[in-house]
Design a protein around this ligand. Sequence first.
Ligand code: GRF
Length: 218
Amino acid sequence: MNGRKKVAVLISGRGSNMMSLIAAAMAPDYPAEIALVLSNKPDAGGLQKAEDLGIPTAVVDHRDYKGDREAFERAVNEILVENGIEIVALAGFLRLLTPYLVNEWRDRMINIHPALLPSFKGLHTHERALDEGVKLHGATVHFVSPGMDDGPIIAQGAVPVLDDDTPDALAARVLAVEHQIYPRALELVVTGKAKVKGHRVATSVDTSESAANTLIFP
Ligand code: GRF
């Protein structure tokens, strides 16, 4: 559709965040279209969901590259370029990226992480949040930098940690927030409202109302 930025979503699994982006992009006034879903795993559940909705899909199986991460990424990049992709959204894409792909897509690649960064980078974030006894936990959408789960933060959403929480219960509460903040953050990026300034992201939106009423920011 005219004027809408072409976004690729990269997944490795069930793709619930991918689905939240696809659902948002179904609105006629959403400024992005999900033009491609790419997985490094041929059996990722999200691939079928995207196909069922008529969205083009691609698989680049990292196992075919025998540990050569950059060769894998060059194959991924070729497909992104062939498809005219302008923005890349990582959504549960379980590959550590090399500087090659990060630099190709600098300021045009975003990721969602299930914690309030810079706390709890890496895996098992919900277990670790419970172990540390934090009272607020959440999710972060950020631009991708070479470090793991690193880069300028675009949006965060927080949830309370309850006394009787289990990792699964907390994960479910955080996932609901992920599904809210990712489409919003993508919209800020594709409209140019989220701009990288050093380590920070300036968002030229009026946040007074949302800041007053919700723990999702901006
Ligand atoms: C999400 O929790 C996301 O934050 C993390 O991996 C998980 C992917 O879940 N990066 P889904 O495939 O989007 O359902």
